[in-house]
Design a protein around this ligand. Structure first.
Ligand SMILES: Cc1ncc(COP(=O)(O)O)c(C=O)c1O
Length: 411
């Protein structure tokens, strides 16, 4: 046995051995490595806006540094930020919370992690409609739970139907995780779709709802935003609504997310956070107050830029033989289908048998990093983040089209 084998077998925790690293981060790492080796790679695997954080938010952070706001804060986040979050939920979503019902953490990601760590026991089931963000099943497993994956096809707009939900629930179900707008599909649940899911959930009072609304503000039509606790107030007593500043305010690196829900749940999540990160940076918290309370005039410009990129890449993708692509109504990802490319061979006669093969082929041949659908629990697709410059996107689409054109059926 090598020293590495020994370390893995005898030292690492089973929960870590069973966990996978984030596939999106892995693809981004691989593309960075190729770049270091001198290859020309366009990275479309990362889920973050390419805009700078708006100036008034940056100024608020500088002012907080100058006021020497450099101490530990409350575990749940500063009262001032939690009050701003209360106002946000009230004004944007019609949801009423007290500051004690709010937790602020290191990104929406930590809120999800805290919630699962605080509630999931070994064997508990968590229903995850896929395609879903790569971290959901891994976080459930790290908490000792069992992800119950429900595949939602392009035919249903990549959305969970009430019948699928009924099928997936069991006496061991603890949570249903819903993400709208969705990473990776961009799908957005309407008020009536959430109401139909709620009808099922009302008949299963032991199931809690985790609503991940992190892409709330990045939507491309005028349909009002719907979130489960507002659509069906009877569900509010068992819903955790998660949001944050990362995506809409171009603040991914500042690490601020927040969640709101029943007091007892938030208290348990505070316990988890108090024994891990304590809280997120005091300076980032001060900046986030400026984000939530400040002007939103920058947002229409962000969203319009994303819309133009979305429209042009969807059109380009649709023109490629073997690729299908619906128009995503939210977030900044396209999730094209590639079933018709699978089974073909590249110029060196290598078989492209899966979406992972295709993503690797696109990386190596076209020099474009995309993420295979299998990472999101729905094979036969891949994800492109269009949070990249117009020129990069145009070049990437040209390269993908040229690379895919060389794929041939076996003679
Ligand atoms: C669906 C979803 N939820 C949560 C997050 C985490 O966001 P944050 O940067 O706030 O941790 C992401 C980030 O990619 C995401 O796509």
């Amino acid at each position: 046995m090598t020293a590495t084998d020994n370390f893995h077998r005898n030292f690492l925790a089973h929960r870590v051995l069973g966990a996978k690293p984030s596939a999106t981060k892995e693809m981004t790492r691989l593309s960075a490595q190729l770049k270091r080796e001198g290859h020309d790679v366009i990275t479309l695997s990362q889920g973050e806006p390419d805009f700078p954080t708006p100036e008034h938010i940056r100024e608020a952070a500088k002012a907080a540094i100058d006021r020497n706001e450099s101490r530990y804060t409350d575990v749940a986040g500063t009262l001032a930020l939690r009050e701003a979050v209360v106002r946000k939920f009230q004004l944007d979503n019609g949801l009423t919370f007290s500051p004690q019902q709010i937790q602020v953490g290191c990104g929406a990601k930590q809120l999800l992690y805290n919630a699962l760590q605080a509630t999931v026991n070994p064997g508990d089931e968590v229903v995850i409609p896929t395609p879903a963000w790569v971290s959901y099943p891994e976080m459930v497993q790290l908490a000792g739970g069992q992800p119950v994956i429900v595949r939602c096809s392009a035919a249903s707009g990549f959305k969970l139907t009430p019948d699928q939900l009924k099928e997936a629930l069991s006496p061991r179900t603890k949570w249903l995780m819903l993400n709208s707008p969705s990473n990776p599909s961009g799908a957005v649940y309407s008020h009536s779709e959430l109401a139909a899911l709620a009808e099922v959930l009302l008949r299963h009072p032991h199931v809690w709802i985790l609503a991940d609304d992190i892409y709330e503000l990045i939507r491309y039509d005028d349909t009002p935003f719907a979130t489960p606790a507002a659509v069906t107030p009877e569900l509010a007593a068992r819903t955790l609504t998660i949001n944050g500043v990362s995506k809409a305010y171009a603040m991914t690196g500042w690490r601020v997310g927040f969640g709101a829900g029943p007091l007892e749940l938030i208290q348990a999540m505070n316990l988890v956070q108090s024994q891990s990160t304590s809280h997120t940076s005091s300076i980032s918290q001060a900046a986030s107050i400026a984000a939530l309370d400040g002007p939103m005039d920058f947002l229409p410009g962000f969203v319009e830029t994303f819309r133009q990129r979305r429209d042009s890449i969807v059109a380009r993708l649709r023109s490629i033989d073997g690729i299908t692509c619906d128009v995503p109504p939210g977030a900044f990802y396209a999730f094209p289908g590639c079933h018709d490319l699978l089974g073909r061979r590249d110029a060196a006669n290598n078989l492209i048998s899966s979406d992972s093969d295709l993503a690797m082929f696109i990386l190596k041949t076209a020099g474009v990093a995309v993420v295979p659908g299998i990472a999101f629990g729905l094979p036969g697709h891949f994800r492109i983040s269009y949070a990249a410059s117009d020129s990069e996107l145009e070049e990437a689409m040209n390269r993908i089209a040229t690379a895919c054109a060389q794929l041939r059926w076996e003679l």
